[in-house]
Design a protein around this ligand. Structure first.
Ligand SMILES: Nc1ncnc2c1ncn2[C@@H]1O[C@H](COP(=O)(O)OP(=O)(O)OP(=O)(O)O)[C@@H](O)[C@H]1O
Length: 343
């Protein structure tokens, strides 16, 4: 059964309007900048926030609609929040058993299932510990076990890895990925982190100001960003221009692209595809001024203003060779084979 929703939530001048259809087995990542409405969407799905308008249905069951509202415990959803919210006075196994009990299982069945799930997340020996005696990564895995132990139809994950340090995050992400692969229900993951989204999700839905600005498979979104936020997220230069054949006018300059097009287009390319020169090397080079130089991964990232302005990742040797520094005037070219052009 699928999750089908149109989430409209209005409050204090903010409006979320998001249509979602998630078939069983699909993992959807909701991405977006601060205040885009991601948590609002998740809270509405969990039943912690009523809709202003729209509906939430799982199969034939109506979770929210103008004339119906199911409380959180009446929805077959499992929720994992960033701060995992385990009960501090209960043992780990009781924390996991709690949700199972709340859905009507006997104490014995709930404990058995909780113990089995702790085993699956590799924490069997921590069953008797209180949450205060667990590390952040362990607590997050307990929260995941607690959500999955209820055998939810819909799994809602709100920044489940955000509170973890980089090393722990890597492990918990891999483990979460394994559980999501075998999870047969619908999963929604809210995240700021493009890596989490790319690794864990089958589909990305990008929200800005409460509305969807782009959605699609991760590879597609990463190759063809449609907003500055998405371009920044996936680390590409993005420009909008008007194409006439292989010439695209962008910001008053002319940019040569590999494939002819006509009309309004997006032009995207990686900073590593930009080449910098002291002397004008070719007719398609354009003048740029260096406005920033900073280390970036294994290269140096150079911010350049011009028509268009771009980011360039250049090897340290090139920076030294050209003596690149703020205020320098250089020429830029782009490896055209690395340029994506799309309407
Ligand atoms: N309790 C609240 N009462 C009124 N407005 C709220 C409340 N919580 C959030 N908002 C507003 O709703 C909008 C969306 O917030 P939301 O927390 O859903 O965004 P988000 O995409 O999850 O952001 P973040 O990435 O910062 O967590 C924001 O404008 C926010 O100020």
């Amino acid at each position: 059964m699928s999750l089908d929703a149109r989430l409209v939530v209005e409050r204090d001048g903010f409006r979320l309007d998001l249509a979602l259809h998630v078939p069983p087995g699909e993992v959807v990542a909701l991405l977006g900048p601060n205040g885009a409405g991601k948590t609002t969407a998740l809270r509405a799905l969990a039943g912690l926030l009523p809709l202003t308008d729209g509906h939430i249905r799982f199969g034939d069951a109506v979770w929210d609609a103008p004339d119906a509202f199911r409380r959180p415990e009446q929805r077959t959803a499992g929720v994992v929040f960033q701060d995992h919210l385990l009960f501090p006075h209960m043992s780990t196994v009781d924390n996991v058993a709690f949700g199972v009990r709340a859905r009507g299982a006997s104490r014995v069945v709930a404990r058995e299932r909780a113990q089995a799930w702790l085993d699956r997340v590799g924490l069997a020996e921590f069953a008797a510990r209180r949450p205060g005696a667990l590390s952040g990564g362990q607590a997050q895995r307990v929260a995941l076990a607690r959500a999955l132990a209820t055998e939810p139809d819909v799994l809602l994950l709100d920044e489940p890895l955000a509170a973890l340090d980089a090393g722990t995050r890597l492990h918990v992400r891999a483990e979460l990925g394994r559980h999501l692969d075998t999870f047969g229900g619908c999963a929604l993951l809210v995240t700021h982190d493009p890596v989490d989204a790319m690794v864990l999700a089958d589909r990305l839905v990008v929200l800005e100001h409460g509305t969807v600005v782009q959605e699609g498979p991760p590879v597609e979104v990463a190759r063809r960003p449609r907003t500055d936020y998405v371009a920044d997220l996936v680390g590409l230069n993005l420009h909008r221009g008007t194409a006439r054949g292989t010439a695209v006018s962008i910001d008053g300059g002319v940019f040569i692209v590999p494939e002819p097009a006509d009309g309004p287009v997006h032009v995207a390319f990686a900073p590593s595809a930009v080449r910098l020169h002291r002397e004008r090397p070719a007719a398609d080079a354009w003048p740029v001024e260096v406005v920033g130089v900073e280390p970036h991964a294994h290269a140096t990232r150079v911010r350049l203003s011009g028509r268009p302005s771009v980011l360039a990742d250049v090897p340290a040797a090139t920076v030294a060779d050209l003596r690149i520094g703020p205020g320098d005037r250089l020429w830029a070219t782009v490896d055209v084979t690395a340029v994506a052009v799309y309407a």
